[in-house]
Design a protein around this ligand. Structure first.
Ligand code: UD1
Length: 422
């Protein structure tokens, strides 16, 4: 298994290009199942999760080609052969559950294994099921699979979600595009990836309004057609690399970054003493003077502080002046990076969903283990700021969500290399 060797090397300076959003691409790809005509995505990130979704769509009979070094994904669901998403693929990645809504809408039936993915909590699918049932689907859980059918087709309805789940919003919106009549989805998630999905669905002929707010209205249409769509910038990759100069010092420009994607996160960095400004080509981040100051963080659905940046922010707080409290409200069990950061000399106490971090002047390099996608990159950030060498093992987690991480960080002066394992 490969590992990543990081050696603390002082301030970082230069530019880092930000890729298209993994989480947007993973919901845009299943949208191909809604139409017989081709859907092409540009600005796609080159990640193992995208390969997993490709394999899943191909297992359903879709044609999926990766062009221009993986940055363009051309898909056609003209002649699908299966409506079953198998456990062997779904267990690798929770976002596989996003084929449920589209398959059900187009074929009136779908069988989808309950998902796997990062081990960061129970992550059930009850909110997806409740929303699709509101549209008239009958769904049963048998042998680890959700068996869904809608013999007379889906019908528009007013539905209020108990919690603004990102995936459930995406599944329900996709399903409603082909339902009869109007669907009003209340307490919908507002993440930029949902706005991106709706923009793409609209290009395919869907009639949707209200995306980005907590009420989305979908007027069902008989069919959707082909489209080409550019995947939105990855705000989590953006936020992660914004932390690189924050933790190491220096000044880095994030190409393609936009403030609107990371407003609450940028506000926290500003409060910690890190300057964030928009430039013509993206955003510039620089540490103002000396050590960053401790700030408290509470993770919340968008536009709040993203849970997917909590681990990386914790790495920064490990080196801050003062004590910060990080409260995780989206996923239970999402502090698995904390004991690894402690191995590097961090002072962290975890009680339930709250971590209290007292900053230390310097972290020390150590062998550490990645436990999930965002945890893995938080250990790399900590390693960049630490004295000596840090080896991060189990980097397959990293490959799920960060393309060319070594190349991107080397480009701004980091000392980082990938060590090939057996
Ligand atoms: C998406 C993102 C993930 C991010 C998360 C929250 C993708 C591919 N992944 O995941 O990176 O961390 O949003 O911003 O876009 N829940 C239920 N029942 C459900 C669905 C969810 O209880 O039916 C719970 C989950 O266990 C979790 C919370 O709701 O505690 C948030 O989940 P959700 O918003 O659905 O996240 P995902 O779509 O899985």
């Amino acid at each position: 298994m490969d590992s990543i060797l990081v050696t603390g090397n002082g301030p970082l300076n230069g530019q880092i290009p930000i890729a298209g959003a993994k989480n947007a691409c993973l919901t845009l790809m299943p949208a191909t199942l809604l139409s017989e005509e081709p859907l092409t995505l540009t600005n796609a990130p080159r990640l193992s999760d995208i390969k997993t979704m490709t394999a899943l769509l191909q297992s359903l009979g879709a044609e999926v080609s990766s062009l221009q070094d993986g940055q363009v994904i051309a898909m056609s669901s003209h002649s699908l052969t299966s409506q079953t998403a198998d456990y062997d693929i779904v267990r690798k990645m929770r976002a596989s559950n996003l084929v449920l809504g589209p398959l059900l809408a187009r074929f009136g039936q779908a069988v989808v294994s309950l998902p796997g993915g990062c081990a960061i909590g129970a992550r059930p699918m009850d909110l997806h099921v409740e929303g699709l049932e509101a549209l008239g689907a009958e769904i049963e859980l048998k042998d680890g699979y959700l068996h869904a059918k809608a013999p007379g087709g889906l019908k528009g309805a007013v539905h209020e979600m108990r919690f603004a789940s990102v995936g459930a919003t995406e599944n329900i919106v996709m399903a409603a595009t082909l339902a009869k009549g109007t669907t009003v989805l209340k307490n919908a998630a507002r993440e930029p990836e949902i706005v991106d999905l709706v923009e793409c669905l609209r290009k395919m002929g869907a009639q949707i309004s209200g995306e980005g707010s907590s009420t989305i209205e979908i007027q069902g249409v008989d069919r959707l057609h082909g489209a080409t769509h550019q995947v939105v910038t990855d705000r989590i990759e953006l936020g992660t690399y914004m932390l690189a100069p924050a933790i190491c010092g220096g000044e880095v420009e994030l190409l393609g970054g936009r403030m609107a994607l990371v407003e609450s996160f940028a506000a926290k960095l500003d409060a910690a003493g890190v300057s964030v400004t928009e430039t013509q080509n993206g955003m510039k981040v620089a540490r103002k003077n000396g050590r960053v100051q401790a700030v408290d963080v509470v993770t919340e659905p968008f536009p709040g502080f993203p849970t997917d940046l909590q681990a990386q922010m914790m790495a920064l707080m490990c080196t801050a002046e003062g004590t910060s409290v990080l409260e995780e409200r989206i996923f239970e069990n999402r502090f698995m990076h904390a004991p690894e950061l402690v191995r590097m000399g961090a002072n962290i106490e975890v009680h339930g969903g709250t971590a209290t971090v007292t900053g230390v002047e310097t972290l020390k390099g150590a062998p550490v283990m990645a436990t999930d996608l965002r945890a893995s990159v938080s250990l790399i950030l900590a390693g960049l700021a630490a004295e000596g060498e840090t080896t991060v093992s189990r980097v397959y987690h990293l490959d799920r969500g960060y393309e060319h991480v070594v190349r991107k960080l080397e480009g701004v002066g980091a000392k980082i290399e990938r060590i090939k394992g057996e």
